[in-house]
Design a protein around this ligand. Structure first.
Ligand code: NAD
Ligand code: UGA
Length: 495
């Protein structure tokens, strides 16, 4: 019957205000994991909830020391201001995990869930070792009831395992309620995303205890998030929604990158195509920027996780569909490399390539799965010399990523081929080509003096714009040969 309210959509449409169930007020929160998610997320909770004491714990002493210092362990615009405003008041960082768990009403599990490196599901499944050990820790030290919240991105039905661990290891009389509350922040805009989220998702069992726990957590977010943006649903939908959101975002990038290959072969311009399709309100403009490929700690990992889940559920076609999103991303990096090689007269041997950008996107120092790592590996295989500049990434991180410890070769070999530079100008000196790998604003032609770069380069001087941030015509006027993702040099004629 039209307009009938099924239990599911009734739940979805019910504002949390109207959940008329008694629920506990949260006054102490413990967050296990002081990483890219735990740190910023719980700092913002403390910042917006003066009545709540938030303690972020980690086993990594150096990381905790950095959170307690003037030199925070991660770079995120706005993070320092937030941390400094509340640290020592209602926000604390410590390695004293036991006390913090014991005192908390609610515990976020915000630990790493990387792709498994060996054993069953290697290369696809999430390694849940850290989630399990954090959960065991909660069970072991808790002396009172806790709401345990999955903040980490986890495979669908992980809460079942957490439930079993908590039930079989908790002290008699301690009651644990499990919620899923996935995080949707993007690095580089984390604070903005956390202060004004599109939505906050809380998954719970549809039982009085589950709903009561969800209402308690919703109250915390209600300190700054409009109620209608806090949505509740069943636990498994919530867990799967996180993987689904990342998979759909990554799929858009792979789709536009697949189209960029067609553009390069036909004379169409991928920026124009993406603008044209993005104006369709059903499609929308976001996540349609062609690039050298998506990076970051999560897109690839979460899609592979979805592939593994699909295979485990005997859904090979579904698995293959999502696998192709990752495969297209790899293909984009290979295609870009091939374009660099063929433009530079089919050899990179001994040529100096000024690589601008190493972070996986602008405004972060994070390099996890950055396209630049793979591209530099390919350039090295072609015997090129690389002069690398990134405004934020630490040198030690770059050497670590390029040496691929235990996988490919040693740091000494890398250092023979790669030089780290202090500026784009230094990198360009004597280079045959500039390669834009990260879209840092300071690499745009409105910030950098490309004439100055051109003057110190070998001729012909090439620019490969892997992020579509440059004004091609302006650079061509200077004398550069410009090659852009998703754009060919075919003339706009009917010939
Ligand atoms: P991270 O590696 O930066 O941080 C995880 C931290 O947890 C580490 O500092 C580690 O030492 C600590 N840890 C692990 N086990 C512990 C334990 N038992 N006790 C105390 N500390 C422990 O990881 P991250 O980027 O913050 O990601 C965390 C989770 O959030 C992952 O599941 C990830 O998929 C998800 N996520 C990440 C992002 C992102 O932008 N990075 C965004 C949304 C979701
Ligand atoms: C992504 C999601 O956007 C977040 O919602 C999610 O919480 C997070 O993953 C996670 O689960 O870890 P993040 O990886 O930090 O956030 O950054 P994005 O802005 O999504 O960019 C990911 C990659 O895609 C970057 O390499 C970026 O340069 C690339 N990208 C992005 C494109 O190539 N084109 C685009 O149009 C957008």
């Amino acid at each position: 019957m039209s307009g009938a309210i099924t239990p599911a959509n009734e739940r979805l449409s019910r504002p949390l205000d109207s959940i008329d169930i008694p629920h506990k007020k949260i006054s102490k929160i413990c967050c296990i994991g002081a990483g890219y998610v735990g740190g910023p997320t719980c700092a913002v909770i403390a910042y917006r909830s003066p009545d709540v004491t938030v303690t972020i714990v980690d086993l990594n002493q150096a990381r905790i020391d950095a959170w307690n210092s003037d030199n925070l362990p991660i770079y995120e615009p706005g993070l320092e201001e937030v941390v400094k405003a509340v640290r020592g008041k209602n926000l604390f960082f410590t390695t004293d995990v036991d006390t913090s768990i014991r005192e908390a009403d609610l515990v976020f599990v915000s630990v790493n869930t990387p792709t498994k490196k060996s054993g069953v599901g290697a290369g696809y499944a999430a390694d849940l070792g850290w989630v399990e050990s954090a959960t065991r820790h909660i069970a072991k030290v808790s002396t009172s009831d806790k709401i345990v919240v999955e903040k980490s991105t986890v495979p669908c039905r992980t809460a079942v395992s957490m439930r079993k661990i908590l039930d079989s290891n908790g002290k008699p009389g301690c009651k644990f309620d499990i919620l899923s509350n996935p995080e949707f922040l993007a690095e580089g805009t984390a604070i903005k995303d956390l202060l004004a989220p599109d939505r906050v998702l809380i998954g719970s069992l549809d039982t009085p205890a589950g709903r009561s726990a969800a209402a308690s957590l919703a109250d915390v977010y209600a300190n700054w998030v409009p109620r209608e943006r806090v949505i509740t649903m069943n636990l498994w939908s919530s867990e799967l929604s996180k993987l689904a959101a990342n998979a759909l975002l990554a799929q858009r990038i792979s789709s536009i990158n697949a189209l960029s290959a067609i553009c390069e072969a036909t004379g169409a311009d991928v920026d124009e195509v993406s603008y044209a399709v993005g104006l369709d309100s059903r499609i929308g403009p976001k996540f349609l920027k062609a690039s050298v490929g998506f990076g970051g700690s999560c897109f690839q990992k979460d899609i592979l996780n979805l592939v593994y889940l699909s295979e485990s559920l005997h859904l090979p076609d579904v698995a293959e569909y999502w696998r192709q999103v990752v495969e297209m991303n790899e293909s984009q990096k290979r295609r870009f490399t091939q374009r660099v090689i063929s433009s530079l007269f089919n050899t990179l041997t001994g040529k100096r390539l000024a690589v601008l950008g190493f972070a996986f996107k602008k405004d972060t120092g994070d390099t996890r799965e950055s396209a630049a790592i793979t591209l530099i590996k390919y350039f090295r295989q072609e015997q090129a010399k690389i002069a690398l500049y990134d405004p934020k990434v630490e040198a030690s991180q770059i050497w670590y990523d390029l040496a691929e410890p235990g996988v490919v070769d040693d740091a000494t070999a890398v250092k023979k081929q790669v030089t780290l530079c202090e500026s784009a100008y230094e990198a360009a000196k004597g280079a045959d080509a500039i390669i834009i790998c990260t879209e840092w604003d300071e690499f745009k032609d409105t910030h950098l003096d490309y004439q100055k770069l051109y003057d110190v380069m070998n001729k012909p001087a090439f620019v490969f714009d892997g992020r579509l941030i440059l004004n091609q015509k302006k650079l061509e006027k200077i004398g550069f040969k410009v090659e852009c993702i998703g754009r060919s040099r075919l003339e706009e004629t009917f010939e």
